[in-house]
Design a protein around this ligand. Structure first.
Ligand code: SAH
Length: 196
């Protein structure tokens, strides 16, 4: 379970914002993720009207899909372009306002009210600001977090979860000495030690 030289690698928030500006977003998929469709029942567990969190959301199309099912979706994304693209690509009217608790942060909310995307670093959030969630869809999120920040990320995610919440995590498996990432390789042993 060695992650090789990836342990030291850091991608800054500026670099992510630049990736969006350059259109260097190969991670974005137009199709819904097959594993979310496959495990949707596990995520929902018979419940309706859930609060579902998308950490490091990009412009993930699954946010619209789950909102259309009647859930309320909250995402966080450091790139304002990604957030605006999400709403415009789905023709969703939105309003934007500052987040009083976080300097420089904005929240973009669909006019229908069931999609709220925070434009800031995930590390600025807390349950006091965004509340707690019944479900989490983590695709391209833990694997995009800098390896040195994984513990902080996992602790934050745990603090944002309701008692009976469910968490679907997608990771990738490959030889970490062959690619520098992201996505980073997160061994299963590490997932277990991060989330218990
Ligand atoms: N989950 C999305 C996007 C994955 S790529 C999907 O499945 O398509 C990772 C995203 O995280 C990028 O859009 C990047 O801009 C964003 N990001 C990186 N670091 C972040 C941070 N600290 N806080 C919030 N967003 C961040």
């Amino acid at each position: 379970s060695d992650i090789g030289s990836q342990r030291e690698r850091v991608v800054t928030e500026e670099e992510w914002i630049q990736k969006w500006e350059m259109g260097n977003i190969g991670f974005h998929k137009e199709q819904r993720h097959p594993l979310l469709q496959k495990y949707l029942d596990v995520l929902l567990n018979g419940r309706s009207g859930l609060r579902i969190f998308f950490p490091l959301c990009g412009k993930a199309v699954e946010m619209k899909w789950l909102a259309d099912m009647g859930h309320s979706v909250v995402g966080v994304e450091v790139s304002e372009q990604a957030v605006k693209d999400f709403f415009s690509e789905h023709s969703l009217p939105y309003c934007e306002e500052p987040v009083s608790e976080i300097s420089g942060a904005k929240v973009f909310q669909s006019t229908s009210g069931n999609i709220s995307l925070y434009c800031c670093s995930i590390y600025d959030l807390s349950s006091l600001i965004v509340g707690k969630f019944d479900a989490v869809w983590d695709r391209g999120a833990l694997v995009a977090v800098n390896p040195c920040d994984r513990q902080r990320y996992a602790s934050l995610m745990i603090s944002l979860m309701e008692k009976n919440s469910s968490y679907l995590l997608v990771t990738v498996s490959y030889d970490p000495n062959k690619h520098k990432g992201p996505p980073f390789y997160v061994p299963e042993s590490e997932v277990k030690s991060l989330f218990g």
